[in-house]
Design a protein around this ligand. Structure first.
Ligand SMILES: *Cc1c(COP(=O)(O)O)cnc(C)c1O
Length: 356
């Protein structure tokens, strides 16, 4: 049976969270002399709301999720780290990741001294990547606390089917284990989000971010959607003011202009189609993997040579050829029309050089 209390680390269960001035007095006063702040108005002399209530209300409205099911972090990366700290006893508990996938899961695991079990995705002839559910199930043991699914997956680009993801969540539930579904790229394929089904699961954490479609990687704001129990747990162990005032304000401004984000997403998706058509014309591009994100994974003759050639032309893509199942693959982020044209022009000249 799934029981969240059996998952939390002992030291965290014992923890008495830091109580800030803003925790101890939450009402409205006319004179604030409780937090050792400067009394002189700089616009930022007061500590920010540690629970980001206004921001969460706005996000909750847009996502149709109650505020008590939302946790915000200094990027999703902070949230990933907090999950290790909340649930994984160092050297004892373990997590499952599904390579090729986002690198931060294993880096956070290493930092927290938590062993990682790798269960590779399956590459199908289609060609795309699917979850190896059977193998994931085999690898879950008594100490497995977290299973990370990235959908759409970085670096392969594809989103997984709901039935695939839900099967893993169900298996994890029966084995008392949490599933983290990282939807960093979900705004590029809204309909594929698992978020509307959040209520069906007690062991599901959905991560989203302002870093990609919202175009706000610089402000560092990540979101977790999950049960109120897990939100409360994470709120108790985060540093008190993890989302700063500038970030909260800027995010609120951007949320008012959600149309702008949607317009940019549309442009990126158009550019993605154009880029795919052009890539198809290059004889050294063997595979263009289907993508639901703002990047494309392709397999070429010689990934490293292409990568270096493009660097010489001032164009940086990501060489992923050393990653599991990605032999001779590079990952290309969709840029502007001009940037993509520059890329394709350079890739055409590479084709000609390559023939000589
Ligand atoms: C880019 C990315 C993130 C974003 O992390 P932030 O800390 O919110 O910027 C999270 N997960 C995946 C898979 C990513 O590719």
């Amino acid at each position: 049976m799934f029981e969240i209390n059996n998952l939390i680390r002992k030291n965290i269960k014992r923890l008495k969270p830091y109580s800030s001035a803003r925790d101890e007095f939450t009402g409205k006063a006319s004179v604030y002399l409780d937090a050792n702040e400067s009394p002189f108005d700089t616009g930022y002399n007061r500590y920010p709301d540690p629970y980001q209530n206004e921001l969460k209300r706005k996000i909750g409205m847009i996502k149709d999720i109650p505020v008590e099911n939302i946790f915000l972090g200094n990027g999703s990366d902070e949230i990933i780290d907090l999950l290790f700290r909340a649930f994984c006893e160092p050297k004892q508990d373990n997590v499952i990741i599904m390579p090729p996938t986002y690198g931060m899961y294993s880096v956070c695991a290493d930092i927290n001294d938590v062993p990682v079990k790798e269960v590779n995705l399956k590459r199908t002839p289609k060609p795309t990547f699917i979850l190896d559910t059977e193998n994931v199930e085999k690898h879950i043991d008594q100490n497995t606390k977290l299973i990370f699914i990235c959908s759409p997956n970085n670096p392969t680009g594809n989103a997984f089917q709901h039935n695939e993801i839900e099967e893993v969540i169900d298996i994890a539930y029966s084995k008392n284990c949490i599933v983290v579904v990282d939807e960093a790229y979900i705004d590029f394929c809204d309909e594929k989000s698992i978020l509307p089904k959040l209520n069906n699961f007690k062991n599901l954490i959905v991560l989203q971010t302002f870093s990609k479609a919202w175009g706000l990687a610089g402000i560092r704001l990540g979101m977790a959607f999950t049960t109120n129990n897990i939100v409360k747990l994470l709120s108790g162990i985060k540093i008190p003011y993890n989302v700063n005032q500038l970030t909260q304000q800027h995010a609120l401004l951007s949320l008012r202009k959600a149309n702008k984000k949607n317009e940019k997403v549309k442009q990126i998706l158009q550019q993605r189609n154009i880029l795919i058509d052009r890539l198809k014309q290059l004889n050294y591009v063997h595979t263009i993997f289907p993508t639901d994100a703002n990047f494309i994974l392709i397999q070429v003759d010689d990934a490293q040579k292409l990568y270096k050639y493009l660097i010489d032309k001032g164009i940086v893509i990501r060489d992923r050829s050393n990653v599991a199942l990605c032999t001779q693959c590079v990952r290309i982020t969709i840029g502007t029309d001009t940037e993509n044209t520059q890329l394709i022009d350079a890739m055409k000249t590479f084709q000609n050089i390559d023939k000589k």
